[in-house]
Design a protein. Structure first.
Length: 259
């Protein structure tokens, strides 16, 4: 049974999932103490969360944080660290990783503080890192790709807003914004649409995220366009067990269900 540890600014999301005729899924959230170090928070989670006790096998660490994209045709693995450092300068040492978004012919670069990486590798036998945005972009790249024209996808996550724009399965734009209010989300969304020459009367805008927040965003955007659609994971994934438990982030749901 695979273990997933999603690391964000505010919490750890821990999931165990095994695909069987009757899938097995266990999920827990562990709130982080902001005044405590990552090492202390991880130790407290290991002490209190049964899913993190007696862990064997691979731990899939889902990283929430900034990303940048590189066209697949121009990607050179040896350039990852330098390119990421130019986009996101930091005084700390950062481990840089990449995921391939095959349908969009793109490579997603992401990073994580080296101290955190080292601690995770000390705590678990085998660690695999993946960006929280990877499965979402992979999913969005094929969702509605058979339709002509552009499609806009919004993901209201726990730290802000991710926007991706596709034309068929060609990725036109992917960016993240520190959107804290629904008016912020509307501003960024329609600014992106205007800059890309999107016709709001014809271009669908899909909204994913926590149910309550997602629905509020949908209502806000409907003041400006009628082509606004809420993404309901239970309907999208045929009421799969992963979609039935409260609190599971959309990015983690898509990651588990693409496996």
């Amino acid at each position: 049974m695979s273990l997933y540890l999603r690391i964000s600014e505010h919490d750890f999301c821990i999931a165990k999932y095994e695909l069987r005729e009757e899938p097995i899924f266990h999920f827990a959230q562990h709130k982080l103490r902001p005044q405590a170090s990552f090492t202390i928070n991880l130790h407290e989670a290991e002490e209190t969360q049964p899913l993190l006790q007696n862990v064997k096998g691979t731990v899939n660490v889902v990283v929430c944080g900034p990303t940048t994209l590189v066209p697949l045709a121009e990607f050179q693995e040896e350039d990852c660290a330098e390119l990421y450092g130019l986009c996101f300068p930091s005084d700390k040492k950062v481990c840089v990783f990449y995921d391939i978004i095959q349908a969009a012919n793109a490579v997603l670069l992401f990073g994580l503080d080296k101290m955190i990486c080292d601690k995770l590798r000390e705590s678990f036998d085998d660690v695999r890192f993946i960006s929280a945005q990877t499965a979402v972009l992979r999913h969005f790249s094929v969702k509605g790709a058979s339709q002509s024209g552009k499609r806009i996808f919004l993901y209201k996550n726990d730290t802000g807003l991710d926007i991706a724009v596709f034309e068929e399965n060609r990725l036109l734009l992917s960016n993240s914004y520190p959107a804290h209010t629904n008016s912020d989300i509307a501003y960024y969304t329609f600014n992106v649409a205007r800059n890309l020459g999107v016709d709001l009367n014809e271009t669908p805008i899909y909204v994913a995220g926590d149910t309550a927040e997602r629905n509020e965003v949908v209502e806000e955007l409907k003041h400006f366009s009628s082509e606004i659609f809420a993404i309901n994971p239970a309907g999208e994934f045929n009421r799969h067990i992963v979609t039935q438990q409260e609190g599971v982030p959309y990015d983690l749901q898509t990651l588990l269900l693409e496996m």
